[in-house]
Design a protein around this ligand. Structure first.
Ligand code: MCA
Ligand code: AMP
Length: 502
């Protein structure tokens, strides 16, 4: 009986007394203890009536229990659906309804009782302090669990990614997707059992869960497991770590602190950046302060990691490196789909064992973005340079990336357009020194009543996670359009992007 991902990432650690997790207060959790907790959680999941292929939605704080819940889903053949803790109940309702999740495991503070009731899902609690009904059941559960058989093409997780239509899509990921990527990253970035990864990312996205955690599990290393990114905590922990993965905001915040020096980072062998563009300027400044050249890589929820700058060899600032082994990258003409020559700008397409198998319940969307020949149309625009490195030069999709979180303007525009007194709206990303981009909205009144910004803010607050909400709303007479009637977001960005300082 085998379970591809569980056997390779988790089972191999049974009886291992080495530390898997190291916490801010210096306490540690061994691999063996982690696996015992995982088995107890898997027993609870099974006793609640979930069967292979059912979905479990989790909206919980970052904790060892949250990781064990992921591992328990893998062990019991349940599809894991992690959700950003910033999502409002209204957002969670969509994910639970769309996925048909049978069980929600959530922090009590998130008040999901009505959502669970509405969708006929079970709700159990798992709180930051380790309390909650789910944990209570697990205390009496066995530390042994018969691992459920799962093969390469079986589904293991759904990660929701917003869409340009405003409707989030559940990217279906398989055991092969996750394992092949972890294997590639361990090899390419030379992770081994001596590595201690400084983990300050959230664990409800690909970056913190699959790229960081799976890589360490496979390499049999350890993680300094911080609750979230705090400059103080990261600076305090760096001397005990060997590697760190982060979004560009981590690096700009560290650069703002005079304690970041080559001495502080002398124990480190590798800094990795991804999820959003790392400015060449940040790359250069980081090297001159620490002597380390940040390794930038490129990935997506649907594809895991696609390209990486080399561990050995030139790490080119402003590029995301070459295709990872086993991954094909091509640049195509967005209109014809024909391959373009190196140096020409076009849409980036990706194929490989890392690429997901489709969007849950959305065969039409899947066909639009995932070609029959296996290439996935990323929506990013780029070119291959003279050394074969990929440069991302823009996006063919209307997307804002703020502090590494993706925000789709359409979702916000649809809500704004529904508010009293608003005729239409446009949402754009304005340059932001900390988050890279920040959300601002431009609205046009329909003249029926005065626009009440407080009412609008209230409605947005009910329906949108804080990080998606516009930092500023501007009221204008009309939106700039081209002769085809299409809203010119570039013009709005020029007009309002630079005036916004928040
Ligand atoms: C928090 N806030 C944000 C963001 N984060 N606003 C815009 N963008 C953000 N990313 C808001 C909060 O709502 C709050 O608003 C205020 O900022 C301060 O909140 P706080 O929690 O203190 O913020 P922080 O701790 O400073 O967090 C910033 C952060 C964090 C460290 C950059 O957002 C982060 O860890 N981002 C990483 C995201 C990530 O892992 N992405 C990977 C996606 P207010 O004060 O008004 O209430 S996976 C992916 O993209 C692909 C696969 C890939 O390639 O990796
Ligand atoms: P997500 O949907 O959260 O998985 O985000 C994927 C998107 O993040 C990609 O399509 C890119 O637009 C962006 N992205 C990820 N890594 C990088 C990077 N290193 N440089 C620029 N953009 C990136």
């Amino acid at each position: 009986m085998s379970n591809l991902l569980f056997d390779r990432l988790f089972k191999c650690h049974e009886g291992e007394t080495k530390s898997f997790l190291i916490f801010a207060d210096g306490s540690e959790q061994s691999y063996d203890n982690f696996l015992k907790k995982t088995a107890r959680f898997a027993n609870v999941i099974q006793s609640l009536g979930l069967v292979v292929g059912d979905r479990l939605a989790a909206q919980i704080e970052k904790s060892p229990e949250a990781l064990a819940l992921y591992a328990a889903c893998v062990q019991s053949g349940i599809i894991f659906l992690p959700l950003n803790k910033a999502y409002t109940p209204n957002e969670v309702s969509y994910f639970v309804g769309d996925s048909g999740a049978k069980l929600i495991v959530a922090d009590e503070n998130f008040n999901l009782e009505d959502i669970a009731h509405e969708h006929g899902a079970l709700l159990e609690s798992l709180n930051t302090d380790g309390s909650g009904s789910f944990v209570e059941y697990s205390q009496n559960a066995s530390e042994k669990f018969e691992t459920v058989t799962r093969a390469a093409d079986d589904l293991v997780a759904f990660l929701y990614t917003s869409g340009t239509t405003g409707r989030s899509k559940g990217a279906m990921l398989t055991h092969k997707n996750l394992l092949s990527n972890a294997e590639t990253l361990v090899n390419e970035w030379e992770f081994d059992e001596h590595d201690v990864l400084l983990h300050a990312l959230p664990i409800f996205h690909t970056h913190g869960l699959f790229v960081a955690t799976n890589t360490i599990l496979l390499a049999k290393g350890s993680m300094i497991f911080l609750q979230d990114f705090s400059t103080d905590m990261v600076i305090h922990s760096l001397p005990k770590a060997s590697t760190m993965m982060g979004v560009p905001t981590f690096y700009t915040r560290l650069l703002d602190d005079p304690r970041l020096t080559s001495d502080l980072t002398s124990h480190m062998r590798l800094f990795i950046s991804g999820s959003a563009p790392l400015l060449a300027e940040t790359h250069i400044q980081f090297e001159s302060r620490t002597g380390h050249r940040i390794l930038e890589r490129y990935g997506m929820t649907e594809t895991n990691m696609n390209t990486s700058n080399p561990y050995h060899g030139e790490r080119r600032a402003g590029t995301v490196g070459r295709a990872l082994p086993g991954v094909d990258i091509k640049i195509t003409n967005p209109n014809t789909g024909k391959k373009l020559a190196d140096g020409e700008i076009g849409q980036i397409e990706v194929r490989g064992p890392n690429v997901f198998v489709g969007y849950w319940n959305m065969p039409g969307k899947t066909r639009e973005e995932l070609r029959e020949n296996g290439f996935f149309i990323t929506g990013d625009l780029g070119l291959i340079d003279d050394l074969g490195y990929l440069q991302i030069v823009g996006r063919n999709k209307d997307l804002i990336i703020s502090g590494g979180y993706n925000i789709y303007p359409k979702e916000i525009e649809l809500l704004l357009d529904d508010q009293p007194g608003i005729l239409e709206s446009a949402v754009i990303g304005a340059p932001h020194p900390d988050f890279g981009e920040s959300v601002i909205g431009v609205i046009v009144a329909d003249g029926s009543q005065p626009i009440d910004l407080d009412v609008i803010e209230g409605a947005l607050g009910k329906n949108l996670a804080r990080f998606k909400r516009p930092r500023k709303l501007f009221v204008v007479d009309s939106l700039p359009r081209n002769t085809m009637g299409k809203v010119q977001k570039n013009m709005i960005r020029d007009l309002f992007g630079s005036t916004f300082q928040g």
